[in-house]
Design a protein around this ligand. Sequence first.
Ligand SMILES: [Mn+2]
Length: 341
Amino acid sequence: MIKSIINPDSLKKFMALVAGVNRIVITCHKKADGDAIGSSLGMYQLLRNMGKNAIVIIPDQLADSLTFVAKGMDYVTFSLNEVKATNIIRNTQLILSLDYNTFGRVGCMQPWLEESKVPKVLIDHHLDPSPDFDVVMSHPMISSTSELVYRIAMEAGWLKFVDKRVASSIFVGIMTDTGNFAFSSSYPEVYEVMGQLLTYGIDKPYLYKQAMDTVPLNSLLLQSYALLNKMTIIDDAFALIVLDKNDLEQYNYKTGDTERLVNRPLSVKGVYWSTFMREDSKYIKVSMRSEGDFPVNTLCAKYFGGGGHKNAAAGEFNGSIQDAVELYYKIVEQVKNDINN
Ligand SMILES: [Mn+2]
């Protein structure tokens, strides 16, 4: 039995909003991951099956590795089609915000969403939802926003509108956000949801292969190079990988090519904190992963203006890659002091 978790009042409000409108915009965070695009497209297809004119707008270009999720479905990329996207936002009757907790996460779309006067609904599993939403369904204990979309469909009585496309999108979101059930999935109900998704005839081996085990050759080579030449391990416990502009150019870097690289050092025995710094065009992108009780979201919030989950977080650094690395070593000293005290 999958228990109801959505606040009944929020669910009722959400259902009333959906019932009262036709045009619905679904948005997710920039650099969409499997859960962001999976939950958005799952919700899109669900609402389409209910006869609603739903549209997904993503802030920036979807990584090649995730385009398979959208097979047979449609979405608009804001950064590539700003006129069309802003027109849709201007004319929508309802905005759904999936897999992010604040409009600061949608990049260039932020002012358009903030200025819109239509009701806004948050469906998310990150901590600390911002108060900018009319309805909030925020569940940090749940594996993924995709799982939440399924639970909302279930609790709203909309399961008759779930089909293979909806189920496949949701499946990809749960699988990717849990690292194929390695983390954030230590409760029975996530498997009950999975079991129900299988009844819609999804192609599990195909979706696994696409989502978890397919990379472009240059990505494989870049990640091999990074581990071999650009990784430092401190005290057998902390790992740092740094890729600068030259490294990225040398391997013809495209968005998504360093996906999951930050996780790799954690497979070394004893390493429980991994940091990856990448010199992007506008800032240094900082990603952190950890194991156990070591909270990387607080580090990313304190030093890199970011946040996330306890074991997976990210932020940005404005300055040179050298300065970012210098700051990292200061954080390491601080962390060591905290551990010793
Ligand atoms: Mn997520």
